[in-house]
Write a protein that binds this ligand. Structure first.
Ligand SMILES: Cc1cc2nc3c(=O)[nH]c(=O)nc-3n(C[C@H](O)[C@H](O)[C@H](O)COP(=O)(O)OP(=O)(O)OC[C@H]3O[C@@H](n4cnc5c(N)ncnc54)[C@H](O)[C@@H]3O)c2cc1C
Ligand code: SF4
Ligand code: SF4
Length: 406
């Protein structure tokens, strides 16, 4: 299989997830741009420079995806881990407002309260455009708590990576699994990452929708984006309601199951359909939902599953629990995660065939290592043929954007 040789090739072949690393590493060359389809992509600011692209490609999750085994145990599907189990925020308000049980927020809060980190790089609703997300550096526990919640649209948290490193202070990151892959790959070239980044915390990820998913909801309610003050995808309960509020005081709500019932309207980005590590193998801790069968049957108090994947992740979990910032429930085993996350198991087994389908269509594919993609290969010819056909029909093709508005 051929790897992409330029950032343009990453974008044009549907391998870009819009993580923002391009912008962080080469701000004179790339500006994160919202495309007409509602995807964040690097718009070129200068003529293509192979040396600049090579530096980004060494860590771009559209070009390389790797994880190292750092846990005490190993599972063929779920990878390297030390502990799997229930957890939720010790603070009841955080638990209520967060996406699931507030474990990621509680861990971020604990990093700040304990002095292990001075700030958290993550993302939040853009204060000026509630439907969109922006990367932020949260300096206080209150900042992290205020920014709890899942953002299902485009996010470019890594656009803030260089600014975070330039501060020369210990920090934590909360982001997506593909962001964690990029950070680990970048650490090979930038020693400041291992010196300063004390924890990488991620959610297990079903895929990032483009902004069209959110726009469709506004269309349903007859709203314009600039009327909004709040666009909350879930939270305030588990899973909580999707809620939109307007400047003139109106509010609209939809249940989680109503929002996601029609899979054809998910508008998941193409990189997600071939994601070899949506379960956070490169993170220190991954957090997820633990609904039996993979979907909620009603509201509950908020229970995360957490997977510690490194000694640093395990130490952080233990420290947060000892301080009362995080509450731990019963331990889990990997086969329970198969039940909580059946879509992740199916995807892990389908990726090798999908990548073969892309290669057969003549498209480049990222390099991958340490993710057991070939060992887990279900060798489903329909997955391979289907992906080849989708690629031939342009489903993995995108134009390189001109730099424009976020
Ligand atoms: C795109 C997406 C897909 C998901 N798919 C699954 C899935 O398949 N299975 C599953 O179990 N769970 C999935 N989740 C995760 C789930 O919604 C919760 O985020 C997870 O259980 C953690 O809950 P929490 O209460 O600990 O998070 P919180 O305490 O609410 O913290 C969430 C943190 O994540 C950060 N964040 C939110 N959205 C994004 C984003 N898009 N990109 C980067 N950082 C972000 C926030 O800045 C915040 O710090 C997904 C989440 C997202 C955003
Ligand atoms: S995935 Fe990230 S680093 Fe790669 S091209 Fe897209 S924005 Fe740039
Ligand atoms: S599915 Fe994979 S590529 Fe898509 S946002 Fe999630 S971790 Fe990133």
């Amino acid at each position: 299989m051929r790897a992409p040789a330029s950032i343009r090739e990453v974008v044009e072949n549907g391998l870009c997830i819009g993580c923002g690393l391009c912008k962080a590493l080469a701000p004179d060359h790339y500006e994160m741009t919202m495309t007409e389809e509602g995807r964040l992509r690097p718009g070129p600011l200068a003529p293509e420079d192979p040396a600049v692209d090579a530096q980004i490609l060494a860590a771009c999750p559209g070009a390389v995806v790797e994880a190292e085994a750092r846990g005490a145990q190993h599972d063929p599907v779920w990878g390297s881990y030390t502990h799997m189990g229930e957890a939720w925020a010790g603070d009841p308000d955080t638990r209520f407002r967060a996406a699931t049980g507030g474990a990621l927020t509680a861990l971020g809060v604990h990093l700040l309260r304990s002095g292990k980190a001075r700030f958290i790089l993550h993302c939040a609703a853009d204060p000026a455009r509630a439907m969109r997300s922006a990367w932020v550096m949260s300096e206080t526990p209150d900042d992290v708590m205020r920014r709890a919640g899942s953002r299902y649209g485009p996010t470019d948290t890594l656009a803030g990576l260089e600014e975070a490193l330039a501060r020369g202070e210990p920090f934590g990151v909360i982001a997506k699994p593909c962001d964690a892959n990029a950070i680990r790959a970048r650490a090979k070239a930038d020693p400041r990452i291992d010196d300063l980044l004390v924890a990488v915390l991620v959610m297990v990820c079903g895929g990032a929708s483009d902004l069209g998913k959110s726009r469709a909801l506004l269309e349903e309610y007859g709203l314009d984006e600039d009327e909004l003050t709040v666009f909350r995808y879930r939270g305030y309960g588990n899973p909580g309601l999707t809620r939109v509020e307007t400047k003139d005081g109106r509010a609209f709500e939809k249940t989680y199951l109503d929002l996601w019932e029609d899979e054809s309207g998910w508008r998941i980005q193409s990189r997600c359909k071939i994601c070899p590590d949506a379960i956070g193998e490169a993170a220190d801790i991954a957090a997820c939902d633990i609904w039996p069968g993979g979907a909620p049957v009603g509201e509950d108090a908020g229970f995360n599953g957490v997977i510690t994947r490194s000694p640093a992740g395990q130490a952080l979990l233990d420290s947060a629990a000892a301080a009362g910032d995080l509450t731990l429930g019963r331990a889990h085993g990997p086969r329970e995660y198969d039940d909580f996350q059946p879509h992740q198991v199916d995807r892990k087994r389908a990726i090798a065939a999908r990548l073969r389908g892309l290669a057969a269509a003549g498209q480049p594919v990222f390099r991958h290592a340490g993710l057991r993609i070939d060992a887990l290969d279900a060798a489903d010819p329909a997955q391979e043929a289907g992906t080849q056909e989708r690629a031939a029909n342009g489903k993995f093709s995108e134009p390189m954007p001109s730099p424009g508005k976020r």
